[in-house]
Write a protein that binds this ligand. Structure first.
Ligand code: HEC
Ligand code: HEC
Length: 208
């Protein structure tokens, strides 16, 4: 390549990179948290709403972790790994989140993690329905959506607390196998923080 051509190519690449940044309106993926603050860290916050918002920011470290977002994508396709790259091979939600007929999730994902191949597993492995999509949304938007019975599988607050604290598919997030980073803290700690948030009025950060 001539020096002039190389310079033109470099300039074009620079311009494209600039466009990429300008066009990218999605909020940056939140930094991956590795721990959760204990419940006691919030008890000193006297104002109820302030406490509630602080608690939701803390549970947000789990909700916006790749272990949850990978299965709660906005599009038809799950994502994979801590980097949340598109699922390989291409699989789609299909009927009831189980995948299209030829590519059922349970063809590859079994009842438990399969370590020799690093394939995660759980008896309930399937894609979250489109109305429960979280990836790329603000924590405030996710919060409103989680509280909305039209979009959360008809759950009231008690059912939501139970799901967060007890559901075994949610629990997989702390035992993901392979090279995946587990969700921060423990499911019990997460469940307790979520319940405290519910008990403090379940305030949502602004959906922004
Ligand atoms: C393997 C895919 C998968 C993973 C991983 C996953 N979910 Fe889900 N999630 C689902 C499916 C499927 C549903 C819908 C089934 C239902 O409503 O019971 C769902 C529903 C939910 C709901 C109820 C609906 C709503 O949006 O309010 C909550 C809450 C939830 N998940 C939390 C989590 C959390 C927290 C994590 C991470 C620790 C997580 N999920 C990881 C598949 C997944
Ligand atoms: C042809 C096999 C195959 C099929 C079918 C398949 N998967 Fe996967 N899936 C994999 C493999 C292999 C990995 C691990 C890739 C890695 O971690 O590098 C994976 C990883 C994932 C992850 C990433 C977990 C994480 O947090 O890193 C999610 C989420 C997922 N699959 C969801 C699904 C869903 C939902 C379906 C059905 C709609 C499905 N998969 C169908 C092979 C498959």
């Amino acid at each position: 390549m001539s020096a002039r051509l190389a310079a033109v190519a470099a300039l074009a690449g620079f311009a494209l990179a600039g466009v990429g940044i300008a066009a990218d309106k999605a909020p940056p993926a939140p930094a991956m948290a590795t721990e959760l603050k204990p419940l006691s860290a919030f008890q000193s916050i006297a104002d109820r709403k302030t406490r509630s918002l602080a608690l939701f920011a803390e549970v947000g470290k789990v909700i916006q972790h790749p272990r949850c977002l990978n299965c709660h994508p906005v599009g038809e396709r799950p994502t994979q790994t801590d980097a949340m790259r598109p699922h390989m091979p291409l699989v789609v939600r299909g009927d009831g989140g189980m995948g299209a007929t030829a590519m059922r999730c349970f063809t590859c994902h079994h009842d438990r993690n399969f370590e020799p191949a690093g394939v995660p597993g759980n008896p309930k492995w399937q894609l979250a329905p489109a109305e429960m999509a979280w990836a790329g949304k603000s924590l405030g938007a996710i919060c409103e959506q989680i509280k909305d019975k039209q979009r959360n599988g008809g759950r009231d607050m008690a059912a939501l607390v139970h799901h967060m604290a007890e559901d075994e598919l949610v629990g997989w997030g702390w035992h993901p196998g392979g090279k995946r980073s587990p969700a921060p803290g423990s499911q019990a700690q997460f469940g307790a923080l979520f319940k405290a948030w519910a008990d403090s009025g379940a305030y949502c950060p602004s959906a922004g």
